[in-house]
Design a protein around this ligand. Structure first.
Ligand code: GTP
Ligand code: MG
Length: 389
């Protein structure tokens, strides 16, 4: 599962990406610093069961800081998109292709209003304009992909009575049949006679498909220097206030042993040994945290993965009494599963063989046997029992 970071140039995408990954994507104040997309590992956070069951965990596929489990997810930093990118403007289509592998997009907006629609220095630019431009751009790109050879294809579907969702999913590999069925359901266009759809209807259909296939979370970035009225209007469209720069500073300070900080929290502990300049910078950040309750970066990631993509966290174990694997690691793994997934799905996710030889599972917290169709709940600790091979 990938999270794509998108937006016009100079809004703070690489800063956001670096803050999440502590990676080395370049950061600079001129457009197109990033000329190829960067892929890194970011973390979503959830309360680790180690606190509740009062044990010391030894994570393997994830991390735990003071009872907060950090679960890895892939994140892509994409170069800035400018209006008309779908026609090849700016760095163009290549980047639209790049973000297509993402399951959810975080659209970074410069809430300060100090960059124009192409990322150049400006005054009082309305950030709401940027919200719309990106959606339009991706919608146009979807429309282009769909409308390519549409006439011939739609005639064939109508005359040969073919399944529109099957044919379209084959043609447009990033969308699934299920997503197409959903978009057909919302638009109520006749799937048997697509050759009768007007261009407007095809546009409406591709927009609907985009919303399902590429949901967007909006980050009102540079909240630390943004005027209140911009923040207000962005909040109205559901944006999460963020300061990527503050998060990056905190992660770096943490990396250098200057502070103790758990991503997503509204405070940090100074470990000592800091200079007067560092102290003053940290004070400014604390002031921001007091006002906004967090830097917003973790909220964005968690919102995208848990609320939009409907993922849950499940902890598979081999020993349900010690919550451990066979080597004694306690709560070693945290898996992101889909809401609605079953115990059997978890077995398959751990290993295909485990899925095939599945007999039953155990809800380790309740010490209860569960069947293959048991629907996993967020935070479950599960042991899979399989037939010996
Ligand atoms: N005040 C403030 N400045 C920020 C914040 N995030 C990023 N910046 C600054 O904005 C400028 C652009 O940041 P980048 O992360 O390089 O932006 P980008 O969107 O990746 O830019 P391109 O790669 O050119 O598209 C840099 O000077 C950052 O320091 C923030 O939260 N607050
Ligand atoms: Mg960049």
């Amino acid at each position: 599962m990938d999270v794509g970071i998108v937006g016009k140039p100079n809004v703070g995408k690489s800063t956001f990406f670096n803050a999440c990954t502590l990676g080395a994507a370049e950061v600079a104040s001129y457009p197109f610093t990033t000329i190829k997309s960067n892929i890194g590992v970011a973390f979503v956070t959830a309360p680790c069961p180690c606190k509740e069951i009062d044990t010391q965990c030894t994570p393997k596929n994830s991390r735990c800081i003071n009872g907060t489990r950090l679960i890895p997810t892939r994140i892509i930093d994409v170069a800035g998109l400018v209006p008309e990118a779908h026609t090849g403007r700016g760095l163009g289509n290549r980047f639209l292709d790049d973000i297509m592998q993402a399951e959810v997009l975080i659209h970074i907006i410069d809430a300060s209003g100090k960059t124009d629609e192409e990322g150049r220095p400006a005054e009082n630019h309305d950030p709401l304009v940027d919200v719309q431009f990106l959606e339009k751009e991706i919608d146009a790109w979807f429309f282009e992909k769909l409308s390519d050879k549409w006439k011939k294809l739609s005639r064939r579907i109508s005359s040969e009575h073919l399944d529109l969702h099957k044919i379209l999913a084959e043609k447009f590999s990033i969308v699934t049949e299920e997503e197409i069925v959903k978009a057909l359901h919302t638009t109520q266009f006749n799937p048997e006679k697509p050759d009768t759809w007007t261009e407007e209807q095809l546009k409406e259909f591709s927009t609907e498909l985009r919303k399902i296939n590429k949901p967007i979370v909006i980050a009102a970035n540079k909240a630390d220097v943004a005027p209140d009225n911009n923040m207000e209007s962005l909040k109205q469209v559901g944006a999460v206030p963020t300061s990527a720069e503050a998060e990056l500073a905190l992660r770096r300070a943490q990396d250098h042993g200057l502070i103790q900080y758990v991503p997503g929290e509204d405070h940090f502990l100074i470990e000592g040994g800091i200079t007067a300049a560092q102290k003053s910078a940290l004070e400014k950040i604390q002031h921001f945290l007091d006002k906004f309750k967090s830097t917003g970066i973790q909220d964005c990631l968690n919102h995208a993965v848990f609320d939009i993509l409907l993922r849950i966290v499940v902890y598979p174990v081999e020993n349900e009494h010690h919550y451990s694997d066979s080597f004694g690691n306690v709560l070693p793994d945290a898996y992101l599963m889909r809401k609605g997934d079953t115990a059997h799905d978890l077995a398959y996710k751990i290993h295909t063989d485990l899925g095939k030889t599945f007999i039953y599972a155990v809800n380790a917290r309740k010490r209860m046997r569960i069947k293959e169709d048991y629907e996993l709940q967020n935070g479950d600790i599960i042991k899979i029992v399989a037939a010996a091979k």
